[in-house]
Design a protein around this ligand. Structure first.
Ligand code: AMP
Length: 145
């Protein structure tokens, strides 16, 4: 069994935490000479609000996408991640991250984890969601402390 990580996928929420998660992913990339890809998932407003908002959300959605694209590019530039390995996708983060990991043949997903407990843990987090049913190993980096 190959103990190295050949292709690491870092999932970023584009907050300050992402830099801390990136540091760990980069350390692993150096250790294993891995490929590094990154993704940010945009949750469609229609998914979050359904039909509850009586207005056309497409303009706001376009602006969110544009802002996310710029931020993901800035993030990826700093990490020297090539353009074709930057993935801005739409949907539910857990589902999309799993799908992308399979598609690009990633063998490690790196996410941040706020180390929630109690009710917050029961309600779930993205890190827990990614861990459950992941097609490959998952590293949850503690953030927000
Ligand atoms: P959360 O549970 O929302 O606090 O997020 C924990 C971690 O999940 C973040 O540090 C990211 O690694 C990942 N994550 C959360 N939201 C997203 C997103 N929209 N796209 C990609 N990764 C995300």
């Amino acid at each position: 069994m190959n103990a190295a990580f050949n292709h690491i996928l870092i999932a970023v929420d584009l907050t300050e935490d992402a830099h801390h998660v990136a540091d760990k992913a980069c350390a692993l990339r150096s250790a294993f000479s891995s490929q590094l890809s990154c993704t940010h998932v945009i949750e469609p407003l229609s998914l979050a609000y359904g039909g509850d908002v009586p207005m056309d959300l497409s303009t706001i959605q376009d602006q969110l996408q544009e802002t996310a694209r710029i931020q993901l590019d800035e993030f990826a530039e700093r990490l020297n991640i090539p353009v074709e390995q930057r993935h801005l996708v739409f949907g539910r983060p857990e589902t999309e991250i799993h799908g992308l990991a399979e598609e690009i043949n990633a063998d490690l997903i790196v996410v941040g984890s706020h180390g929630r407990h109690g009710l917050a843990l029961l309600l779930g987090s993205t890190a827990n969601g990614v861990l459950q049913g992941s097609p490959c190993d998952v590293l949850a980096v503690r953030v927000g402390e």
